[in-house]
Write a protein that binds this ligand. Structure first.
Ligand code: NAP
Ligand code: MG
Length: 416
């Protein structure tokens, strides 16, 4: 496999991949991962969009919309974590305004479902003793609290839900509350079409990974709202009944509180389809329960089968400030590397280039073997068993993975 001069022939990627750069410590990691783990081994045309906060500000956030549209065009994207600006960030970066969350913008354009899956390594035992296999969260990425309208009520009065039909027929009204004093009110919505594609995306994922599927809600209370989710899931699973039987997997609907109680006693190895807010909360619980935010991957799957891969964590701001001061950092790049390997493997699958899928799997194996050999960043050193007395730096971790990968590929040990 080794070429004259020791160089390893690069794997050619047929179709461009959409690359979205980001902010702070993850931007620093991004450049290192590209330079040391991707570019030396893979010949890929990157359709690049820089979502660095100053560039979003300069373009009035048009760059985020262009990136999402590029994912719709090319099918596969990989994204670095980005700052969602609040008032502090507006001051820090002298922004024109607090631009919306890039992930929110991209999700709104692509629709779809976010799947979060922890990376399980032998020497990082989960906090929950019963967990042996990953618990994957499928989070609906449309509507509910994230597309709601809210109001502060400051005086006595009547709050209602009013639906005004477009055809001019009589409006429908439901009383929310007769306010006697000040309070708050919020209106949420969802769409049958979006719920159906959420159900379909989860079914596709469960069948592909051959894992049982759960869906949880609170239809005993929200009989219409959560009831609609439950019914649409039932219909979609019913339509794929034969495929579930063939794959040897099951579907269960559970009340959300029951699901939470069961999840912590379960050995894992299932997909938990969650409504938008539940998925937001549960994915953080699952991530920290499995060890570290640095070990959680995330992929957005649209109903048209477009894929956007990223790490589940943010820009690791505190580490970035250390880095800026010239202090050594020990940030875990695992989830960022898995975002790249996920995108490359999906591209390989779609293009019919098994050598690219094999490269992506070798990259993942190099990361896991590096961690399991005891070369870990600070977050994992604190929880690894057996204990790791000395952690490596951000750079040291990536260099160790690069060496292992080069050796694997160079000696033909890569998976095929
Ligand atoms: P965060 O970046 O996820 O970091 C929170 C803490 O978790 C860190 O301070 C660090 O703990 C630990 N951590 C996270 N990732 C780690 C890694 N790879 N290696 C080692 N430790 C890691 O969340 P945040 O500080 O709340 O948010 C920072 C920025 O990220 C915000 O501006 C937010 O808008 C943005 N954000 C972006 C995304 C996204 O783009 N997908 C998601 C979430 C947040 P210690 O400091 O204790 O070491
Ligand atoms: Mg969250």
């Amino acid at each position: 496999m080794t070429m004259p001069g020791g160089a390893i022939p690069r794997v050619v990627v047929k179709t461009p991949i959409v690359e979205m750069d980001g902010d702070e410590m993850t931007r620093v990691i991004w450049a290192m991962v590209k330079k040391q783990l991707i570019e030396p081994f893979v010949d890929v045309k990157l359709e690049a969009y820089d979502l660095h906060l100053p560039n979003r500000d300069r373009t009035d956030d048009a760059v985020t919309v262009q990136a999402a549209e590029a994912i719709r065009k090319y099918g596969v994207g990989v994204k670095c974590a980005t700052i969602t600006p609040n008032d502090d960030r507006v001051t820090e970066y002298k922004l024109k305004k607090a631009w919306p969350s890039p992930n929110g913008t991209i999700r709104a354009i692509l629709d779809g479902t976010v799947f979060r899956k922890p990376i399980v390594v032998k020497n990082v035992p989960p906090m929950i003793r019963s967990w042996q296999k990953p618990i994957i969260i499928g989070r609906h990425a449309y509507g509910d609290m994230y597309r709601s309208a809210e109001m502060r009520i400051r005086q006595p009065g009547r709050a209602e839900v009013v639906f005004t039909p477009a055809d001019g027929s009589e409006p429908q009204r439901v009383l929310i509350h007769e306010f006697q004093a000040s309070g708050i009110v919020r209106g949420v919505h969802n769409l049958d079409g979006s719920i159906r594609s959420f159900a379909k995306a989860c079914i596709t994922y469960a069948l592909f990974d051959k894992v049982d599927m759960w869906f949880s809600g609170k239809d005993t209370i929200a009989k219409i709202y959560h009831g609609a989710f439950r019914e649409i899931f039932r219909q979609e699973v019913e339509a794929r009944k034969a495929d579930f039987e063939k794959a040897g997997i099951t579907y269960s609907y559970m009340l959300i509180d029951d699901a939470v109680a069961r999840a912590v006693r379960h050995p894992g190895g299932f997909l938990w389809a969650c409504m938008n807010y539940d998925g937001d909360v549960m994915s953080d619980m699952i991530a920290s329960g499995f060890g570290s935010l640095g070990l959680m991957t995330s992929v957005l799957v649209s109903p048209e089968a477009h894929f956007e891969y990223e790490a589940a964590h943010g820009t690791v701001q505190r580490h970035y400030y250390q880095h800026q001061k010239g202090e050594p950092t020990s940030t875990n790049s695992t989830a960022t590397i898995f975002a790249w390997s996920g995108a490359l493997a999906k591209r390989g699958e779609l293009d019919g280039t098994p050598e690219l899928v094999a490269f992506a799997r070798s990259l993942e194996a190099s990361v896991i073997e590096t961690i399991e050999s005891g070369i870990v960043t600070k977050d994992l050193a604190a929880i690894a068993q057996p204990a790791v007395p000395k952690h490596v730096t951000t750079e040291g971790f990536i260099t160790a993975i690069g060496e292992r990968l080069a050796q694997k590929l160079g000696t033909g040990l890569a998976l095929r």
